[in-house]
Ligand binder design. Structure first.
Ligand code: SF4
Length: 383
């Protein structure tokens, strides 16, 4: 039987651009948001027809509304899009349906949409101190976040994720520990703890280049970052969150099913501006041109047919992001050859160096391997 499908719906709108953000998002007026919902519906309908023709009965078990900020969409436009999804795809009754929201954007209408259509909410907080939020250019205060968290719980959502960010200019180790503790005290089911990456083309990149991150706004040095990273694991473990991926922690049974799909290379279809899909050995990326997407006059999507070598590389470096690593039997089943036959030398060396550990049918990164994940995983590229 064919595996179920995941759907990703991208909403490229935000109230205002954060200073560190290089995601595909921008402010927009209401008219553009409604036109966008109509364009999304068209794309969803076409894909739904293609799936119904080529693999009838293929069900959907995860849906992710991401962005951008999906919660800045008008509630009736969100309903319109979700009805299109349900009208064109058979969605499993217990499907995980996640929506990203930002504090300060939840209207009554959006909350009732969440109550009706969503069962997992991911809240972008990033920091609990006003100075962290200010320097990041976030639109909300910590109080706004608390109000949104409560409102989402009151809407009946039993699976909430909170995003936090370490390595913020001016952030001390003590502030980061407070961020973690304040959030764990609220008891979300899932926490994503990322470190800030200063991306080219962002206001942060320019500020960094002209030396603006100094004095009270200094970036934590490498040693402090390392300690923050280790404290993250300790504080979250004490509070009952298990690390299941490099930056993701969950209470028992609350790992993100949709994100696991990405790391396990299970098929998904992405809709909307810049959205990516993995389907039938092909990776697709939609246009990033909003005006073209809205008028239907865009080229693409861009397609990359993955050969066996590229798929093997992805299997390893995406799978090893998970703390339970990759399975020998799944590798063999998918590729018709054993993992040892392809990667025997690198596996043996990394096992001997204490970067990997072997369990029954699986191999996964040790704590040391996780600390050096980028270097370890680069060794699975065959070039
Ligand atoms: S809310 Fe998220 S997507 Fe929007 S600008 Fe900020 S970081 Fe980027």
């Amino acid at each position: 039987m064919k595996d179920s499908l995941g759907l990703y719906l991208h909403f490229p709108f935000c109230v205002r651009k954060c200073a560190y953000c290089d995601f595909l998002s921008a402010p927009a007026d209401e008219a553009a948001k409604y036109r966008y919902a109509a364009a999304l519906k068209k794309e969803i309908a076409e894909a739904g027809r293609m799936i119904a023709e080529t693999c009838p009965g293929r069900t959907v078990d995860t849906i992710f509304l991401g962005g951008g900020t999906p919660s800045v969409m008008p509630a009736d436009a969100l309903i319109f899009v979700m009805e299109a999804v349900r009208g064109h795809f058979p969605v499993e009754p217990d499907a995980e349906i996640t929506m990203e929201v930002n504090p300060g954007t939840l209207t009554e209408g959006v909350l009732s949409f969440i109550k009706e259509h969503i069962n997992r909410v991911s809240i972008g907080l990033q920091g609990t101190h006003e100075e962290e939020l200010r320097i990041l250019g976030r639109i909300h205060s910590y109080e706004d976040f608390l109000a949104s968290f409560r409102a989402v719980r009151e809407a009946g959502i039993k699976n909430i994720s909170v995003d936090l960010m370490s390595g913020v200019p001016g952030q001390t180790e003590k502030m980061w520990e407070e961020d973690l503790r304040r959030v764990t005290e609220l008891g979300p089911e899932h926490i994503s703890a990322y470190s800030l990456i200063i991306e080219e083309g962002t206001p942060f990149f320019e500020a960094y280049a002209r030396g603006a991150f100094s004095g009270k706004c200094a970036l934590p040095d490498e040693e402090t970052e390392r300690r923050m990273y280790h404290r993250t694991k300790e504080i979250l473990a004490e509070a009952g969150y298990q690390r299941y991926e490099i930056s993701n922690y969950a209470r028992d049974g609350f790992a993100s099913r949709h994100n696991l799909r990405y790391w396990e290379r299970r098929e998904y279809l992405g809709f909307g501006l810049g959205a990516a899909s993995l389907f039938g050995h092909v990776r697709r990326s939609n246009t990033r041109d909003l005006a073209g997407y809205l008028t239907g006059s865009f080229t693409g999507p861009e397609e990359e047919r993955l050969d066996t070598r590229a798929e093997m590389e992805e299997f390893m470096f995406l799978g090893l992001r998970k703390t339970d690593g990759v399975s020998f039997s799944e590798f063999e089943q998918y590729f018709g050859t054993s993992m040892e036959a392809v990667y025997g030398e690198v596996l043996a060396r990394q096992l001997a160096e204490g970067l990997l550990m072997r369990g029954e049918d699986r191999v996964f990164l040790t704590e040391r391997g996780l600390d050096l994940a980028n270097t370890v995983m680069a060794e699975y590229l065959m070039d």
